[in-house]
Ligand binder design. Structure first.
Ligand code: PMP
Length: 394
């Protein structure tokens, strides 16, 4: 029967409940700041949020949201295609286009809708989507919806990308290449220069999901492609407001004038209510801060290096390079659950990732670092991880 397929998931949930832990969907009962809260009854350092610039509690963003709610009300109560396009949405689109020095941008209600919607709409039956094997679920979801042939290339492997493009021959003209700027699981940055060079040589269109790299890389926080000096090779910059910008929503910015036609063809844009005015207003405030205050990025990277170097020195298996996403990889899922709980007990909340969300069969204790973390908080995180090691050795 239909519901039988949920049996394995129910079993896992029951196992976790028996262990007395809630690594998925733990309840945040109180937020004390951008980096501290009360989770499942414990006061903790938040080391699992994607609040890279720490802007979710910035007084300027909060004030912008409050003013917009007072002026425009709490929701738009309609689609962008109907009554849901307010001046705020257009202003944000103009600001995003300006960030990427392109003439066109569109704003979506979530980051998921932006990536899924663009992938599903840009390619169709008879076309090809050539995507990185470690792509986010929203990319896979959009590719599947598109009806195009979906081909994966090895994660961040330009030689494999090139081989597959070469094999496509004339079909390259109908191919959408999809990569991410920083990958969300291990925090590794895509080899953007090599990818851009291959795209320029073979053709096709290039979509870059800068979800985790917006605000993190680039002089003004534009993301991995602009930071690598290859923004001109990108056809579609896609991203989210839910990480560095501390809100919710997503976008696509592009030099292609067809975006105005794409707007009228994208179901994830048309058949959903537009973003609430307060969300758009805080996003606009955060975007301006992201561009104007590169010192936030300096602090973010200093913090990321402190945690990465510290974890490495403790002997943990971390990603290939320092990054605001720092994942400790464990082969044993039960140990990962036990360690997740020990970290929570020590006052450190990290994200738990298990297959199939993690790229290999491994489990991850995934830390996300913020410009708002203090050195003392990072030292506390490292002390909590060090205690795991000591316990394991003893
Ligand atoms: N793309 C990538 C690469 C992501 O990591 C995420 C969020 N985890 C999204 C898109 C979706 O963004 P949002 O959560 O803002 O909907």
């Amino acid at each position: 029967m239909l519901l039988d397929k949920f049996e394995p998931m129910s079993r896992v949930q029951a196992e976790l409940a028996a262990l007395g832990i809630k690594p998925f969907g733990a309840v945040t009962e109180q937020l004390l700041s951008a980096t501290e809260g009360v989770v499942e009854g414990r006061r903790v350092i938040l080391a699992g949020t994607n609040n890279y610039l720490g802007l979710s509690f910035d007084p300027r963003c909060i004030a912008a949201a409050q003013a917009a709610a007072a002026r425009w009300g709490t929701g738009t109560t309609g689609s962008r295609m109907a009554n849901g396009t307010f001046a705020e949405h257009l202003a944000l689109e103009a600001e995003l286009a300006d960030l990427y020095r392109v003439p066109h941008a569109m704003v979506f209600t979530t980051g998921y809708a932006a990536t899924q919607g663009m992938c599903a709409t840009l390619a169709g039956p008879g076309d090809v989507i050539l995507l990185d094997a470690d792509s986010h679920a929203s990319i896979y979801g959009g590719a599947q919806l598109s009806g195009a042939e979906v081909i994966r290339f090895k994660h961040s492997d330009p030689a494999d990308l090139e081989k597959r493009l070469r094999r496509l021959g004339e079909r390259v003209a109908n191919t959408l290449i999809v990569v991410e700027g920083i990958y969300s699981m291990l925090g590794d940055t895509a080899p953007m220069r090599e990818i851009a060079a291959i795209k320029q040589e073979y053709g096709g269109l290039l979509l870059v999901d800068e979800a985790h790299s917006l605000g993190v890389l680039g002089d003004q926080g534009e993301g991995a492609a602009v930071a690598a000096g290859v923004g001109a090779a990108v056809d579609f910059f896609v991203g989210t407001f839910s990480k560095s910008l501390g809100a919710t929503g997503g976008f696509c910015a592009t030099p292609h004038a067809e975006l105005e036609a794409i707007r009228f063809s994208t179901r994830a844009y048309i058949f959903t209510a537009s973003a609430s005015p307060s969300v758009v207003a805080s996003t606009r405030a955060a975007l301006a801060i992201m561009r104007a205050e590169p010192e936030l990025r300096t602090r973010l990277w200093d913090n990321a290096r402190q945690l990465y170097d510290g974890l490495k020195a403790l002997g943990f298996r971390v990603g290939p390079n320092p990054s605001p996403v720092i994942a400790v990889t464990l082969t044993d899922r039960d140990q990962a659950f036990a360690w997740w709980r020990r970290l929570l007990e020590a006052g450190v909340y990290v994200n738990m990732v298990v297959p199939p969300a993690s790229p290999s069969g491994d489990s991850l204790l995934r830390c996300s670092i913020s410009a708002a973390h203090s050195r003392a908080q990072i030292e506390q995180m490292l002390a909590a991880f060090a205690a795991l090691r000591t316990d394991a050795a003893g």
